[in-house]
Design a protein around this ligand. Structure first.
Ligand SMILES: [Fe+2]
Ligand SMILES: [Fe+2]
Length: 276
């Protein structure tokens, strides 16, 4: 490793195109950080879009096929592939969070938190990539969702918005939907995949907690009221809406109370009723 600070190291991970190479580079940087071998992030120019492998081809979300979890492997492989793609994106999102906001006044604990998240996202990606290969497929074998980086692009200017949207909307949504996937995978006898999803779920509670911790930190720094601030940012910057039902116990375990997202969930339902 030639980087001298964690910002430069983050840029190296973001600029690595090969998927396993990116995940492995991230794990190595995380180890170097924990060993004290890297300084706090300096001002570095990060890529607007991270480097990605030539495969999978990226398609618009509308072009993606629905994946069903059945005893036949095809649907499960498609699901694992889709989640692997999300995890690879999460690797980049976490390294971007480490290095994107050197002027925000974050302490060392901020970098510790996001480096740990980044390392776990690499672990998630590699578990899924290995599982895909064990099932006779591989990451890159089918098209994937383009547009996952959108949330990053829409929040490049402000760490408060980044934390409001990426961990507290997107990663929190993962907590809502993952338990049903674990149960379904077990019901068709795929314990190997279910075990991976369970690891991801347990780790992701921590990622939402990290998001909440630094969202709160910025609110205090700026003298903002957290609940209304979060709601205003999400309404302004996140198109998809905040979709119920919520996994309240998991969100609670992450320190994220329904006072934040409950009202936006009601707005989502009301908008859906109006459309009918
Ligand atoms: Fe993850
Ligand atoms: Fe995560």
């Amino acid at each position: 490793m030639t980087s001298s600070d964690i910002g430069e190291a983050a840029r190296t991970v973001l600029s690595t195109a090969d998927a396993r190479g990116k995940a492995a580079a991230g794990r190595a940087v995380a180890t170097a950080w924990r060993d004290g071998g890297l300084a706090m992030p300096s001002r570095v120019t990060l890529p607007d879009r991270p480097a990605r492998p030539a495969e999978p081809p990226l398609l618009s979300p509308h072009a993606m096929r629905k994946r069903k979890i059945t005893a036949a492997p095809a649907g499960r492989i498609a699901l694992l592939h889709a989640i692997a793609h999300i995890e690879l994106n999460a690797v980049d999102l976490a390294w971007d969070a480490v290095a994107r906001f050197p002027d925000a006044g974050f302490p060392r604990a901020y970098v510790d938190d996001w480096v740990r998240v980044a390392d776990e996202e690499s672990k998630h990606f590699l578990l899924l990539a290995d599982r895909l290969e064990a099932m006779g497929s591989r990451y890159g074998a089918m098209p994937a969702h383009d547009g996952l980086w959108q949330a990053a692009e829409q929040t490049m200017d402000d760490p408060l918005a980044r934390h409001a949207v990426v961990p507290l909307v997107l990663e929190a949504r993962g907590l809502d939907v993952t338990p049903a996937m674990v149960a379904k995978l077990r019901s068709v006898g795929d314990d190997a995949s279910a075990d991976i999803f369970q690891i991801i779920y347990d780790d992701e509670i921590g990622h939402v907690a990290v998001g909440k911790r630094w969202f709160d930190y910025l609110c205090i720094q700026r003298g903002l009221e957290p609940v209304s601030t979060w709601q205003e940012i999400v309404r302004a910057r996140f198109r998809g809406g905040v979709k119920p039902p919520f996994n309240v116990p998991a969100r609670e375990a992450a320190g994220f109370s329904s006072a934040f997202y409950g009202p936006l969930g009601e707005e989502y339902e009301a908008a859906r009723r109006d459309k009918r």
